[in-house]
Design a protein around this ligand. Structure first.
Ligand SMILES: *[C@@H]1O[C@H](CO)[C@@H](O)[C@H](O)[C@H]1NC(C)=O
Ligand SMILES: *[C@@H]1O[C@H](CO)[C@@H](O)[C@H](O)[C@H]1NC(C)=O
Length: 348
């Protein structure tokens, strides 16, 4: 990867060496950010004020990741509170299959932390509902929405990832079969373009619609392929994941290596969630590869978030290169996922 060294060389000289990695305590920053996220948590509804249903799954995923990085954290009760309040509406609360995927991945994470079978059962129920969205319209893949209007990347990446995660936890062969079937379809669906980035979805004639290359669509596929590689004992999926990861790192970052969405002057409340998901998934790919460039990418972004995009109450905004503008549970939890991702790869 010649371009990688060219790309990161200036960063070695400035951000990393002059400030020194030791100046940044990734873990304590992640802890402070996690505590600050609780500012928006509504104990009575089990979701986060001022943000959407799926965003709350991501807020809780951040807390679950924090719990995994630092087992002395205290977020298991919060996860369980949300589960108790919302467990019966998991498959009915939203009309979007991707929303089910976010929640399924959260409950799998909660299962990993606690081995509480109820969480895994919930994830399996969510997956079964997603599988009902499988369609022959574009020779495979699931719909984005239960109204069946759009076949897109995110719902299908999540479907792959949930299947592959369940394959490794239940060892029920149906999940591995689904994961392989989804990937075979996704790979040739046309959504991965000539630049190895992934567009938003397919048009009415099942061609790549050319819509925005959002960061999360470059992310969720990574964790899916890592899990699929482990479930199938096939490393080739990891190589594909690395290609996609680096294509995104080159194409979605600024000259300082900081990740951006194209809409940062005015992203909606969905997009404000995306970048943290990319960071989280890069950390999963790092864990599977020990690839140094991925770790550096995480560190550079976590440093910038903490230094440039934080207010006095440790709330984190949308634009990671700064300056801090405003924060809500979505911008905050997204940036927090970035901090946790960097903390999770320290000493690894
Ligand atoms: C969340 O919103 C509800 C309803 O507006 C309000 O009663 C509650 O105090 C808020 N909680 C937090 C943590 O902001
Ligand atoms: C690939 O990248 C080039 C250069 O940024 C851009 O002009 C082109 O539109 C991209 N192709 C696709 C399919 O997005």
């Amino acid at each position: 990867m010649v371009r990688l060294s060219n790309y990161f060389l200036p960063l070695f000289g400035t951000a990393l060496f002059s400030q020194g990695t030791h100046a940044y305590d990734y873990l304590s920053h992640a802890k402070s950010g996690s505590d600050a996220l609780m500012h928006w948590y509504n104990q009575d509804t089990g979701v986060f004020n001022g943000t959407g249903w799926w965003n709350s799954a991501e807020c809780l995923t951040a807390l679950a990741e924090m719990q995994a990085v630092d087992p002395k954290s205290d977020f298991l009760d919060t996860l369980h509170n949300t589960f108790e309040i919302n467990k019966d509406v998991m498959t009915t609360k939203s009309d979007f299959y991707d929303d089910e995927g976010w929640w399924a991945l959260l409950w799998i994470k909660a299962y990993d932390l606690t081995h509480n079978q109820l969480y895994l059962d919930a994830a399996e129920q969510l997956f079964d509902d997603m599988a009902k969205g499988w369609t022959t319209k574009c020779n495979g893949g699931i719909w984005w929405d239960k109204d069946k209007t759009y076949v897109n990347a995110i719902a299908n990446e999540l479907f792959l990832s949930v299947a592959a995660h369940l394959a490794r936890r239940t060892w029920d062969i149906k999940y591995l079969n689904w994961a392989v079937k989804e990937w075979k379809w996704f790979e040739q669906s046309g959504m991965i373009n000539e630049n190895k980035t992934i567009n938003d979805g397919l048009d009415g004639s099942c061609k790549n619609n050319g819509y925005t290359v959002w960061s999360y669509n470059q992310g969720v596929i990574l964790g899916g392929l890592v899990e699929l590689s482990k479930a199938s004992f096939d490393d080739s999926y990891i190589h594909t994941a690395k290609d996609i990861a680096y294509a995104a790192i080159y194409q979605l970052t600024d000259s300082n290596g900081i990740l951006h969405e194209t809409c940062e002057k005015g992203c909606g409340g969905d997009v404000s969630q995306f970048k943290g998901i990319f960071m989280q998934q890069i950390s999963q790919l790092y864990t599977a590869t020990s690839d140094h460039g991925l770790k550096q990418f995480l560190e550079i972004n976590a440093q910038s978030i903490w230094k440039n995009d934080r207010d006095s109450q440790n709330r984190l905004g949308l634009k990671w290169s700064g300056p801090f503008d405003k924060a809500d549970a979505s911008t905050h939890s997204s940036a927090l996922m970035g901090l946790i991702a960097a903390a999770s790869v320290q000493g690894v």
